[in-house]
Write a protein that binds this ligand. Structure first.
Ligand code: G3I
Length: 351
């Protein structure tokens, strides 16, 4: 009977059915509401069988945490090396996961030779880079973070980077147009942090971001989605709130943009050492954030910046003063469930 149904519906439908028990995973629960759950990974992390299992069992999408940044892909002019990101793509394929591209134009992880270029050569290098990299993966990555972190932290406008200083504000439209030419079907994304909270600094940054997005829309520049990185904080001085976030998401949606949460984690640096309290507060931030974003109809995917506390970038970039490892991700350092896991699963399970 089952085979007859499969035969009648076609193989693609049968393959889309989740494996038994999959609904109790982040990806299973996300998929039930039309979303995808993703995670950032590196090749090094995937050497660990425990982490591999966690990634393949919990996510439907991976994003290279560092392997698709310019300093690795084109360390010397014209010498492109796709071996590291290609390995990740092979892993994704082997396990039926999608892979997103991250990131084409950023002011960090740039090779020194790019930083040294004068304007005309910089523009040429950008065109070669985007054409070659997006071309290499044409038709294979559903979306690209084309421009990463373009807004100044004080919200006064565009971030002062070599891109802005040498190419002028049009560098953003240029990068998006180049990416669109190289892979017209890939969804193109501007990815930004510091847009989630309720404070005045966030409000200013949102206005600068919206201004940029409106200018791009008015000029007909190809852009499909915005990425909210969502590097969140549990600050211990009171509940972290996201009261203003739903209205901001509506403003983004009104520009006909999809919304991706691209780098979700919760920094626990300011919290006391005791693990139960820390885990409780981190879980509460996940709950509050997901309650604010999940009702938004244009939300398409949620990607955490790693799945296990073992792999978080925060221990090297924002170490705790007491030297204890941070616990910012959905699962603990042994890939076991913790309060954050339950909070995320509960939020995803809510109708
Ligand atoms: O590849 C070298 C390796 O050869 C060397 O032995 C090692 C020694 O430190 O460094 C390795 O490079 C590191 C790289 O991660 C790969 O692990 C860099 O030093 C380190 O700076 C780099 O950090 C990454 C950072 O972006 C800069 O690219 C973090 O892992 C990654 O989590 C972080 O991700 C960013 C997003 O792309 C954008 N949004 C913010 C987010 C967090 O900073």
């Amino acid at each position: 009977m089952f085979l007859a149904v499969v035969g009648a519906l076609g193989w693609s439908v049968a393959r889309a059915l989740p494996p038994p028990g999959a609904s109790k995973t982040l990806q299973g629960l996300a998929a039930a509401r039309g979303l995808r759950w993703g995670t950032a990974v590196t090749n090094a992390q995937l050497q660990n069988p425990d982490l591999r299992r966690l990634v393949t069992s919990q996510s439907g999408l991976i994003v290279p945490e560092s392997e698709l940044k310019w300093d690795g892909v084109e360390a010397a002019p014209g010498r492109f090396d796709f071996s590291a990101p290609d390995r990740l793509l092979a892993f994704a394929r082997e396990h039926g996961l999608a892979m997103r591209g991250h990131t084409l134009l950023w002011h960090e992880q740039l090779p020194a030779w790019v930083r040294a270029l004068p304007a005309a050569e910089l523009d040429k290098a950008l065109a070669t880079y985007i054409g070659t990299v997006v071309g290499h993966y044409r038709g294979q990555l559903p979306s690209w973070d084309v421009v990463n972190e373009p807004i100044a932290d004080d919200g006064t406008g565009l971030r002062r980077t070599l891109w802005l200083e040498r190419l002028g504000p049009d560098y953003i439209a240029r990068a998006l147009t180049l990416a669109h030419q190289a892979d017209p079907k890939a969804a193109l994304v501007i990815n930004e942090y510091g847009l989630e909270g309720d404070d005045a600094k966030t409000a200013r940054k949102r206005q600068a971001f919206l201004k940029l997005l409106r200018q791009l829309r008015d000029r007909g520049v190809p852009l499909d989605a915005v990425g909210l990185q969502a590097h969140l904080y549990a600050n211990g001085s009171g509940p972290t709130t996201f009261r203003t976030l739903p209205a901001f998401l509506r403003e983004l949606a009104a520009l006909n943009l999809d919304i991706y949460v691209t780098e979700l984690d919760v920094n626990d640096r300011e919290l006391p050492a005791a693990i139960p309290e820390r885990d409780r507060d981190v879980a509460a931030v996940y709950s509050a954030f997901l309650a604010a974003v999940l009702p938004e109809p244009r939300l398409r995917l949620i990607t955490s910046w790693g799945l296990s506390d073992r792999t978080t970038w925060l221990n090297s970039f924002f170490p705790r003063a007491d030297g204890l490892p941070q616990r910012p991700l959905p699962f603990d350092e042994n890939s076991q469930a913790k309060p954050a896991t339950a909070a995320i699963m509960a939020a995803l399970s809510k109708p």
